[in-house]
Design a protein around this ligand. Sequence first.
Ligand SMILES: [Zn+2]
Ligand SMILES: [Zn+2]
Length: 227
Amino acid sequence: EGSAGLGSASELVSQMQRDAITAHTQQRLSELRALKEQERGIQTRAAELEKEMGVREEGRRSAEATGGRRPTHRRAVPIALAGTQCAVLAAASFVGTQRAVAAFAQYDPVVANKTLILNLTVAAGVGACALLVVSTAILFSVAWKEGCGVKFNTPVTFYRCDGVGPTCCKNGPHNSGYAAKFVYLSNGRGFETRQKDCMRRHLLVSKKCRELRPVVVYPKEEGWEWW
Ligand SMILES: [Zn+2]
Ligand SMILES: [Zn+2]
């Protein structure tokens, strides 16, 4: 009876070993399968990337064939001058509103809705003044940033499309009106921006355009100045 018990025990052990081997094999198999899957994913991505690079290369060549200008330089001094002009206008609109209100308040003949007109005058004056103050702040901060960029030779990234889309920049970069300063190609096409998001929106409007590799520019190399 003892030997029979021993026999079934060894049987049990070998069964457990077999089970363990099967489990291990299955584990290895599923690992291999996952690895294969991963590999396939990488290959797909690599193929996509290659295709995209090909498209970009094609775009780059067509843009080069057209020819165009260097990335836009925003001069700090003229922007600061515009900011000063804006500040002067803000002050003038403030004083002007005050004067208009004072003059109207002293206006003797009773006018219907005098309070209403006064309120409207004040509201319009305050609105115009606030707008000018905001513009002043923006202009000065841009001028400061551009000036610092030139001083410290900070690289600037420009996003450009290849201008191949037939509607490229016809109605402006993203249907917001045509302006020559947005385009860099000599055929009046090719959108250029410092904002990645602007490029994204341009590509939504001009669907045939393709984005080129961003151009990184160093102010010193470009010979940028403050004015
Ligand atoms: Zn374009
Ligand atoms: Zn934009």
